[in-house]
Design a protein around this ligand. Structure first.
Ligand code: SF4
Ligand code: SF4
Ligand code: SF4
Length: 251
């Protein structure tokens, strides 16, 4: 059977999701039994202008100049999968959507901030520019979820399984001591599961990098972060905004 042609593309991001993929080790090498990698900037120099079975896109859409490249990828690809928080929600890039453009450009680029190639717009998910067939969330995305979704796609499914319950469920299933019992804070009660709750298991709070469940009670979460987690009012609110900046009404 012919291998499935897959290509990886990056837009505005730290490329941490692609790098994470190169750390997958054996599971990624096993994928190569079924997949032909035709473009993947982190691991090879070859590129492609030809047809692609599955395009994996990392990074947010934050420059109008990127629209033509995105449209070309869409036209050439049977399936488009956005992976990582930047690509699926705008991610932490969207924090700039709430700042003055001249101010953040000056902060990052200093005296060079007026150079034309640094022109930018609000950071949006890839779906703001082109049709996306599937999304794999997380900052970076979870190895196990990526492998699971790709395996389902290789088996020809038209509906991949993604959980809709909070991270606390997965945290309890692996019998992790709750961060709140360690005088810490945690966003797990309203964060979307699927990652396997690795952060609390390693003694650090969940930051809801995969976004929030559909019916998230952010008001109650902020109260818990303050009253049980010991955060100030300002920090409790900012915690809820880090990976959801693009969804705030003033974005
Ligand atoms: S989702 Fe996170 S790790 Fe992935 S590219 Fe964006 S900032 Fe980097
Ligand atoms: S550590 Fe976080 S994710 Fe785990 S049970 Fe407590 S609040 Fe939920
Ligand atoms: S535990 Fe929270 S912060 Fe950690 S990977 Fe899962 S959703 Fe992201």
């Amino acid at each position: 059977m012919a291998k499935v042609k897959c290509a990886w593309f990056d837009f505005t991001c730290c490329e941490g999701c692609q790098i994470e993929m190169t750390n997958f080790g054996a599971p990624f090498l096993q994928l190569l039994d079924h997949v032909e990698v035709v473009e993947f900037r982190e691991v090879m120099k070859e590129t492609t202008d030809g047809p692609i079975d599955v395009a994996f896109i990392e990074g947010s859409f934050s420059r109008e100049a990127d629209r033509a490249r995105l449209e070309s990828i869409r036209e050439r690809s049977s399936l488009v999968v956005a992976f990582g928080s930047c690509a699926t929600s705008g991610g932490i890039n969207a924090l700039k959507n709430h700042m003055d453009e001249a101010e953040y450009k000056e902060y990052v680029y200093g005296a060079d901030s007026a150079m034309p190639h640094l022109d930018t717009q609000k950071a949006r998910p890839i779906s703001a520019a082109i049709k996306v067939d599937y999304e794999i969330k997380g900052c970076p995305m979870s190895r196990d979820e990526f492998i699971r979704v790709v395996t389902q796609l290789l088996h020809g499914t038209d509906k991949v399984y993604l959980p809709s319950y909070p991270v606390c469920v997965e945290c309890k299933l692996r019998e992790t001591v709750c961060r709140y019992d360690e005088q810490d804070h945690c966003m797990g009660p309203i964060a979307i599961a699927g990652c396997g709750a690795p952060c609390p298991a390693h003694g650090i709070p969940c930051e809801a990098c995969r976004g929030m469940v559909a019916d998230a009670n952010q008001e109650a979460m902020t109260k818990v972060l303050k009253e049980k987690g010991g955060l100030s009012e300002q920090w409790a609110e900012k915690k809820s905004q880090m990976f959801t900046a693009n969804f705030r009404s003033d974005a």
